[in-house]
Design a protein around this ligand. Structure first.
Ligand SMILES: [Zn+2]
Length: 76
């Protein structure tokens, strides 16, 4: 049987693809922002989302992942 891998949905365009082909990304979500000041963040949370390759490219996810890798490498 084909398609053993679970399908995930691209958070941006809604396209479905096997998880192995998707780009996972920790999306930061803010709750309780005050529209007046814009900086009064009460809660912050991350949610794991998936993007298809084209959306990941479009959103610069690969660049950001690279930056993260460099930052982590410097830390240790
Ligand atoms: Zn997409």
């Amino acid at each position: 049987m084909r398609g053993k891998e679970p399908l995930v949905t691209c958070d941006n365009c809604g396209r479905k693809m096997p998880r192995g082909k998707a780009v996972s990304w920790e999306k930061t979500i803010r709750f309780g922002t005050d529209p007046g000041s814009g900086s009064n963040v009460r809660f912050m949370s991350t949610r794991k989302v998936y993007y298809c390759i084209s959306c990941a490219k479009h959103k610069g996810i690969f660049e950001r992942k690279k930056e993260d890798a460099i930052r982590h490498a410097k830390k240790f």
